[in-house]
Structure formats: C-alpha cells, structure tokens
Design a protein. Structure first.
Lengths: 461, 534
C-alpha cells in the first residue's frame, strides 16, 4: 500500500534535492517565512514543507497531479486534518509502547509487538471508517486511488485475519516448531509450524495410526531443564516476535509515509488560510513545457511580505512570454528586490504543485532556480568582494543546466560600474545563450540599456 | 648434539641426515628432510650463540601465531648437507608462486578446522553429537585433501619435495580406503541434513515427531502484512545460542529424533566405528612441516614490502662470502613497527680474505653488522632465504660467538681472564670450516695489551684459515695481513655526530671521527681553549 499523495507513482524521498547548494536560494527567497506560515506551529509540517520545497517537480504532468490532489485537500480540509491527526497519534502511541519495553527477551518483544499490532488493527479500522465516510467529497485521481486502496485492502475480512494471527501467536495451546539437524546435530533452521485453528485437531492427527512420536516430560523440580526448555521455546518465540515486529514496522512505515505526505498538504491548508486572511489573491498557476518560453503574471504578490503582514503589498504584472531575459532597473527602495523574490517564489511554488499568490501566473518549467545576490556583509570573507561574487557565480555555473532560472540582485556591483557592467554583460549573454532564463535586478544604468542587445543574441528570441 | 654445557664457546653440528644423492627414487617422507625426519629433534635451544646473534628473537617472531604446529625444533636443526639445503630452496621457490601458496594456505585453514572440530568432541556428553562432529571433521578433511590433490596437480610444482608429495597424495586420494571413507562421510552427512523433525512444547511436556508438512507459519503471517510493506525492515531475530554442546533437554530431543530416524543414526554410528582415525600420518606431517616455510615467508613479507630484499643464497663449501644489501633480520623484525628505515650493508670476502675487522665509532652498527654475518650463515644452514639482494655463503660446520657478558661483579682481571678462557676454548674447538664471531674482545685491558692479545688471537685464526668477524676498537688489528679486511662504521658527512649504520670496506681511521665528535661537544682544540680561557 502506497499513499502516493505527492507523486503519481512514487514515494516522497526526503533526501531528494534539486541542488546541493539550495540554502542560498532559500535565504534569498525568504522561504523561512513561507514555511512558518505553512507550519502554523507544527514543527513536523515545517520540516516536510522545507523538504518538499527542496525537490520541485520538472514535468507538467507531475505538477498537475499534485495540483489536483491539493484542490481536493482544500475542499476537504477537515478530513485531511483528521487523517493527519490519526497518523500522528498512531506514531506517538507506538513510540510509547516501544519505550515501555525493558527486556529484550523474545517473549517480551513478542508481547509488545502483539500489543502494538492490536493498536494498529484499531487504527486501520479508523482509517477505513474515515475513508468510507469521506468518499463523496474527493475527485482527484490521487485521492480517489488512495481511498479505493484503503477500502479494498483494509476490509472486515482482513482485520479478522490479523486478529486470528495475533491470537495464534500468543501460543496459548503450546508451540509447534520444526527443525533440522545442524552442526554436531544441534537443532537449526527452526520454523514455526501452523498450530492449526483447533488444538484438538492436532492431537487427533498426532494420535492417528502410523504416526510415530516420542514424548518426554520434565520433572517439576528440574529447574535447569525448564530453563533449557525455555530456550528451546525461545526459538519459536523469536521467530514469532520477528515476523510480528517486522509486520508492525511495515504498517508503521506506511503510516509514517502517509503522515509525511499529508503534512505537506496540511501545510498548504495553513498557507491558504494565512494568505486569504491577508486578503491576497490566490490561483493555481499554469505550468508550461520547457520549450514554451512563457512567463506572465497578473497581480503577483510576494508571499513572504504578505504572510508577514508588513504594510501594503503591491502586486505586479509581468508579460515576458517569449523572453529569456528580464532586466529590472529603477530607483532604490522601489520594490525591485521584492519583485525578484515574488517571481522566484512563484516559480518555485508552481513547480512544487502549490498555488501561488497572484490572480494569474503562467510560466514554463525551469530545470533549477539559482540566486546570485550581492552579499552585503560576510564576516568570513577571505578574498576581495568581487572575488567572492565570482566564486559564487562559478559555483552556479558548475551545476546549472539549460532551462535553469538565475536570479541576480545587484550582482557585480562590488566593483565600479564600468567593470561590473562588463562582467555582468558577458555572464548574462553566456547564460541566455545557453538557454537559461535570467532575471537581473541592477542599478547599473548602462547594463539596463543593453537589454535589447543582449536579447537579440538569445537563441529563443 | 649442539655444545656441551661446560664448553666456553658455542658450536652447532649438523645431525646425521641421509645424503640426498639417490633420493629421487625414494617415496615421499617429509617436505623438510629429503631422507626422512631425523631422530633427535630438540624442543629448545641449547646454545648461547643463538642468543648472541639474536637468532632466538628471529625464531620467536617466525613461529609466533603458529604455536599449534610446534615448529621451533626445526629452526634449531641446521643442515650439514648441501643437497638437503637445496631440497628446501626448491620448495621455497615453489611457494613463491601465489597459486601454490594459496593452495597450501587454504589446505592449512581447513585442517585447522578439522583439528578444532575433533577437539570439540571431547567436550560433548551426548554421543550423537560427538559422532556427528567426527563425521563433519572427516568431511572437511576429505574435501581438503581432494582439493589439495587437484590444485597441486594443476600447479605442477618444480621442487622435488612437492612433486613427491603430490605423487603420494594422488595415490592416497585414489586408494579404496580413502574413497570409501569419503563416500561414507558424505552419505551420512547428507542423510542427517535431510532430517526434519517437529517439536510440540506445552508446559513440561515435549513431543518429537517427524515434520508433517514443511509449512512455515511465519510466511503466512508475513503474507498477511505484506500489503503495508514500504521497503526493507530490520531483522529482529536474536542470534540465539552459541554453545554447541547440548543441555540435557536438547539431548532428550535428539534421542527422540534418533529413534524416529533410525537408519540415519545407525549409519552415523557405523561411520564412527569404521573410520575413527581417518587422517593419513604423512598428510598430517606435511600440514605441520610446510608451516616451517610459510612461517618464514610470512616473517619476511613485511620487510620485503618495506623495500628490503631477501634471496636464496648460493651455499657451498668454499670460504668466499659475497653478500649485497643485507641487514640484521632481528632488527628489521623489531623496528618494523617503528617505521624506521633499515640500513643495508655488503659483505665481501674473496680470494685469500678470511677475517673482517670492524672498527669505527661506537653505536655505529658494528655489533649489528657482526650479528648479521652470523645470522646469514645460520639462516642459510636452515635452507632459508637470507636478507640480501644476492648472497654466496659458505656452510660452516659450527658457529662460535664471543660476545661480552653483561656487566657483572667480577673485577677487571677476572674479566680479562674470562675473555681469555672463552677464546681459548673457541680456538680449541674451531676447525678450518667454522665461523667465528668476536665482538669487542679485550676491552678490559690496556690498549697495548689489547693490541698484543688481539694480534695473537687473529694470528691463530689466520693459521686456522677460518672465516671470522672481529669487532674491535683497536685499529691496528685491521692491518695484520692479506687475509684481513678492514671495515669501518661511518657517519653522515654533514652531521658527523649521526651514525648511518653503514659499514664500509675502508681503512680504519677512527681519529677523524673522534675529532669531529670532539668539536661537537666543544672539546676540539680551539674551542676547548676558548672555553677554558673565558
């Protein structure tokens, strides 16, 4: 059983990352504020939100799958929160059971795994009932698949089957184990035999004709004998404890995966609420294939400013379809940086399957987002400021591929305008010619003037 | 057979070993001795020269980790026969081949298992357990012997020793007794391996039956929960009991199993009565004796890795000695851990030359050099590769050493007397084919007397025409005639206070060094004068 609430056909892997060096981007886009709005106080949601934002999608189809799941989520917020709470409570309860384990003998491990699985059976029943009651409200392929799966796999018969296993593995009627002769005729390769549904059947079979057997009984005072017999029984208990603990792990892993994927959606519920309460526009963006060279927006707002409620937030319109270079010039404190951030954030949120803070946003998918901001202060600076800027630029060049998006904010302004312009011009031209989308905020007058010249050399213009 | 206890000197005498002339016609007897193992292998050393030359340390390091083979006696038994030495050289050459080496190593490992299994049986109270262990050991033994037979045949060894052993082994493996024993062991083991029994445990009652079906209930449980599987999970099985010997409950269970599977268990008992002693004496002896070679090869592997060379020496009755790039093996083994670089030296005695007089600064490696020469000859007489790039050595009939006894309470005259008595004893016993190593003689007398006495001793040695190394502070001894070669320990040219441990063939010139050393300590003329007058 797979949750598949983030990807159509695979689990979410927390280690997946777009780029090993994405912390600069997350800082430059001020994602901390976005993530804390998603978390709304739940640290686990914050963790998952951060992980998901590190691994954007790169196919229109994948984005649409997640967008549809998310639309269902926003329509059924109570059900989604219920499911998330069930998963969280289960994980906490299971931890409690394991924490209460003081002995690691097979019998105590077995007892504890039976206890945990009994709780799991109840959880599965609740999961089933939540899913059954919520069926009507969900329409996305992702959620429909999930609900159908739960109802099909976790039915009454199945729950009864689990309970029957748990009953048998308590060994109330004794234990039946099989073995081979190992080294020096010592018992080895122990397996548990099926004790059968009814003890009497087994006895009947045993006493049936032609059935040879050999029986001995320990003297009640034979303490060493009982210890030895306990160890022999331990072989069977060990097998039972192992299979049940592993089964418990399997269910827990399913619950954990479910919780992880739901956490992202819960985060989106929280974010939607925060943005709506700030009176901001919301829309699901329109992802386009890489070749589309699209980038346009209406009333695009900066999420971090909006959720931070820091004064009046102004929306911007963009129409850069067919353009690979966006130059932003103008007076200081004129909102250039905010605009750059809103554009980068919208691109990232779109590629994570999220809604964006705008009336409309459409863009082609990029293969990566990189930011190159002028660093105002850096205590650990070893080389000159320009050196440092060039080193970071070189690191970006090491990993960025075609169709990447590179955000520059007052880059190369640590030197004089003439030099900075010359450097920036070469870099922009190289990136654009390599098929990247460049957004460049600068106060260099001359560089702004050059836009047309830079554009015409682009392959896609 | 070595030295009589009261003898002042020390000597080795090779035991009587059947000459190797017509050995090729004889059947395999030993991988160490072409004519069979000699009587009178001794357990420990009886002679002081082994300690003086630090050969004791070399032997201890060689056999370390192989105590079970009891190899030391072989290292106390030098060979007097060139053919016997050659017999070992050939085996060493074969063992240099990685395939042959791996073949032998793998055989040795398996025989260790056989011995361990057999040793275990003594701890078993349960007869069924004991019997099963013997069969297992026999199975391992048969497989090991067969594999060795195949691999040796394929490796086509060149040495007389390994070829003869290979021929013996081929005959043994194809003998009907061996084949029958191997087959029986296999059948008994297979039959026991197929046994599957069932235990019903309830309270204090245990019932043993044959297994009815081989259903595994845990698989059913696993199947039920498989739908939740997201990936691999941890295995929670505890490793279980490690004690092989059974307790009485297990024994009772096994008794039950034996009753249920009568055929299998009677075959087991039969094997034990028919093949109790299943090993060939010659194979067992080979397993032990071949370790003599492997132990030494392992010892020299590390120094070889560090860039030092070993070679099979050309051993003859001639009195010429030509060795290049040699070193003190005891020192090499000892400083291995410290990662210090070893200094190598050459030894040359050609034509009429017989006596190496080594002089020069103290702590300059003179004693080490003298020990090296002694070790070379002893190791060569064991048929071993020796430290050096090339080596031509004589086979002495005895080695005599005279090293200073440590500090003792005797007065100086007592010490001189002791020196004289011991050296006299050596000169009495030495033959023209002996090797004599004198380290720092007559240090307790005046220089004039030391020159006088030293010259007389060396004169006697010259007349005996034997090979001798003499370490001395008396330069004059290095100029006694054409049979004497002068060698000097040297110092680094840019830091005269540092010894290089390089011993060079050059005229003795102790004075220059003394001047340098004096300057270092501020005791040369100018400086001392300055200091005094300041």
């Amino acid at each position: 059983m797979k949750a598949f609430l983030l990807y159509k056909d695979r689990d979410f892997h927390p280690d997946a990352r777009w780029s090993a060096n994405d912390s600069a981007l997350h800082k430059d886009l001020d994602l901390g504020r976005l993530i804390s709005a998603m978390a709304a106080g739940d640290d686990y949601v914050a963790d998952v939100a951060q992980l998901v934002l590190r691994a954007p999608l790169t196919a229109v189809e994948d984005i649409e799958y997640r967008q549809h799941v998310l639309m269902d989520v926003l329509e059924n917020t109570a059900v989604v929160r219920d499911l998330y709470a069930l998963a969280s409570e289960t994980i906490a309860a299971e931890r409690k059971i394991y924490r209460s384990l003081f002995s690691h003998s097979p019998s105590s491990i077995l007892r504890q795994s039976i206890q945990s699985l009994e709780m799991m059976a109840a959880v599965l029943e609740r999961l089933r009932s939540i899913c059954r009651n919520a069926q009507e409200g969900f329409h996305s392929p992702g959620f429909r698949r999930f609900l159908d799966m739960v109802l099909k796999e976790v039915d009454e018969t199945y729950l009864a089957e689990i309970n029957e296993h748990l009953r048998r593995l308590r060994f109330r009627n004794g234990m039946l184990i099989a073995a081979s002769l190992g080294r020096a005729n010592k018992g080895t390769n122990y397996t548990l035999s099926n004790p059968g549904p009814d003890n009497r059947n087994w006895l009947q079979r045993l006493s049936g004709k032609g059935k040879e057997s050999y029986t001995f009984r320990l003297n009640d005072r034979d303490e060493a004998g009982f210890r030895a017999l306990g160890e022999l029984e331990g072989q069977g208990l060990d097998l039972a404890a192992n299979v049940l603990t592993q089964s418990d792990d399997h269910i827990m892993n399913f619950i954990k995966m479910l919780r992880q994927e739901l956490a992202f959606h819960v985060g989106c519920i929280n974010l939607e609420a925060a943005l709506l309460s700030a009176g901001a526009p919301l829309c699901f963006p329109k992802p386009e294939a890489e070749s589309a060279m699209a980038c346009s927006a209406r009333d695009l707002r900066d999420v971090s400013l909006t959720v931070g409620q820091r004064g009046e937030v102004v929306g911007n319109n963009i129409n850069a379809d067919g353009k690979s270079l966006i130059m932003i010039t103008g007076a200081n404190e004129g909102g250039k940086s905010t605009f750059l951030r809103s554009l980068g954030t919208a691109q990232l949120m779109m590629q994570c399957g999220m809604f964006v803070c705008a009336q409309y946003f459409g863009a082609d998918l990029v293969s990566g987002i990189y930011s190159h901001y002028k660093r105002e202060e850096d205590a650990s600076l070893k080389s000159g400021k320009l050196d440092e800027e060039l080193v970071r630029m070189s690191a970006i060049a090491d990993t960025a591929k075609a169709h990447a998006m590179v955000l520059f904010n007052e880059s190369f302004s640590s030197t004089n305008e003439r030099e900075g312009t010359a450097i920036a011009r070469d870099i922009i031209r190289a990136l654009v010619d390599s098929g990247m989308r460049v957004v460049f905020v600068t106060h260099f007058y001359e560089l702004g003037e050059d836009v047309d010249a830079l554009h015409t050399s682009g392959p896609c213009s | 057979m070595f030295t009589e206890a009261e003898s002042p000197g020390t000597r080795i005498v090779a035991p009587d070993i059947a000459p190797g002339a017509e050995q090729d016609s004889r059947a395999f007897e030993s991988i160490l001795f072409p004519g069979g193992v000699p009587e009178g292998l001794i357990a420990g050393p009886a002679t002081a020269f082994l300690a003086d030359l630090q050969i004791e340390q070399i032997i201890a390091a060689t056999v370390a980790g192989r105590e079970q083979y009891e190899l030391k006696p072989y290292f106390y038994l030098p060979l007097g026969d060139l053919a016997a030495i050659n017999y070992r050289h050939e085996v060493f050459s074969d063992l240099g081949d990685a395939t042959v080496r791996e073949t032998i190593d793998s055989f040795a490992r398996e025989l260790v298992d056989v011995r361990r299994d057999l040793a275990l049986t003594t701890g078993f109270r349960d007869e069924h357990q004991r019997q099963a262990m013997v069969v297992e050991a026999a199975g391992v033994y048969c497989a090991a012997v067969r594999e060795l037979n195949q691999n040796l045949a394929a490796a086509a060894p060149a040495s007389q020793g390994l070829r003869k052993f290979r021929d013996y082994l081929a005959g043994y493996v194809n003998s009907s007794e061996f084949e029958e024993m191997a087959r029986d062991a296999e059948q008994v083991t297979d039959a026991l391996g197929r046994v599957r029994y069932c235990l019903r445990i309830k309270g204090s009652r245990v019932t043993v039956t044959r297994e009815e079906d081989n259903s595994d209930y845990t698989a059913d449980v696993r199947e039920t929960f498989a739908r939740f599987r997201q990936g691999e999970v941890k295995d929670y099985r505890t490793t279980g009991r490690t004690i092989l010997a059974m307790d009485h409950v297990e024994s009772w269970v096994l008794d039950g199993v034996a009753q249920l599977f009568r055929t299998e268990f009677s075959a087991l008992a039969n094997f034990n009565s028919m093949h109790a002693a299943f090993q060939s004496e010659l194979v067992v002896a080979f397993d032990k004796e071949i370790q003599f070679y492997l132990a030494y090869l392992d010892l020299i592997a590390k120094p070889t890795e560090e860039g030092l060379s070993f070679c099979l020496p050309v051993v003859s009755r001639s009195k010429e000695v030509h060795v290049s790039g040699t070193f003190d093996l005891a020192l090499a083994v000892r400083i291995e851990a410290h990662g210090q670089a070893m200094v190598t030296n050459d030894v040359e005695l050609g034509g009429p030359e017989r006596i190496l007089v080594v002089s020069g600064p103290n702590q300059g490696g003179k004693t080490t050099f003298a020990r090296t020469v002694g070790q070379l000859h002893y190791l060569a007489s064991l048929g071993l590769p020796v430290p050096g790039i090339t080596a031509r050595l004589s086979l002495p009939d005895a080695i005599f050493t005279h090293f200073e006894l440590g500090e003792n309470a005797k007065d100086l005259r007592g010490k001189l007397m002791d020196d004289l008595v011991r050296i006299h004893g050596i000169l009495e016993q030495a033959t023209p084919r002996s090797l004599v190593i004198l380290n720092e003689i007559f240090t307790s007398t005046s220089l004039r007397d030391a020159i006088d006495l030293g010259a007389r001793v060396l004169g006697k040695i010259c007349r005996l025409d034997l090979v001798c190394v003499c370490v001395t502070f008396v330069d004059e001894l290095s100029r006694l005639g054409p049979s004497v070669v002068s060698m000097v320990s040297t110092v680094e040219s840019d830091d005269p206070a540092r010894r290089t441990f390089k011993i060079l063939r050059q005229p003795a010139d102790g004075l220059a060094y003394a001047m340098v050393l004096a300057r270092k300590y501020g005791l040369d003329y100018g400086e001392l004068k300055g200091r005094i007058n300041s």
